[in-house]
Design a protein around this ligand. Structure first.
Ligand code: ASC
Length: 148
């Protein structure tokens, strides 16, 4: 290999392997970030849950706001599961079976997008239906990838 090619490929490798860590100073910061995102997501999802379960009155604007927050948050944690960030509540399977984890994360984001659509339209029956499907997507991923 020519020296120039070695330099170019090394630079490319550093650029790509650096991205996982670039946004986080270290693994602990990545764990803190992703767990914080899940905390906020769970809080706002839970507020919709209270309405779905009849424990709180249905207010269209509140549910729409909470669903929009959940939808936005649902896109964020994945960047913080990069190589070398094992730890926290994540099982090692996140890294050893990463394709399955990615697929589960995508299912959750799609379910949340449907919930958000229903919430913005204000159709309570559809909110209930998509809330249930989203909860199942949360649980499926927790069963496989989150420590008890
Ligand atoms: C929630 C929450 C979760 C999911 C999950 C659904 O309200 O915080 O993690 O629902 O329990 O099964």
């Amino acid at each position: 290999m020519k020296l120039q090619n070695i330099i170019l490929s090394t630079a490319a490798l550093l650029a790509t392997s650096g991205t996982a860590f670039a946004q986080f100073q270290n693994a602990e910061k990545a764990v803190e970030y992703r767990e914080s995102v899940f905390t906020v997501m769970g809080n706002h999802f839970g507020r919709i849950g209270a309405v779905v379960k009849g424990e709180a009155p249905y207010n269209k604007d509140d549910v729409a706001k909470n669903a929009a927050i959940v939808a936005m948050m649902s896109t964020l944690p994945w960047q913080a599961f990069g190589p070398g960030t094992e730890g926290g509540k994540a099982k090692p399977d996140v890294w050893s079976d990463n394709a399955k984890f990615k697929s589960a994360s995508e299912k959750m984001q799609l379910a949340v997008a449907e919930l958000n659509k229903a919430a913005q339209s204000g159709d309570l029956e559809n909110i209930k239906k998509t809330f249930g499907a989203t909860g199942q997507a949360c649980k499926a991923c927790h069963d496989d990838f989150r420590k008890k």
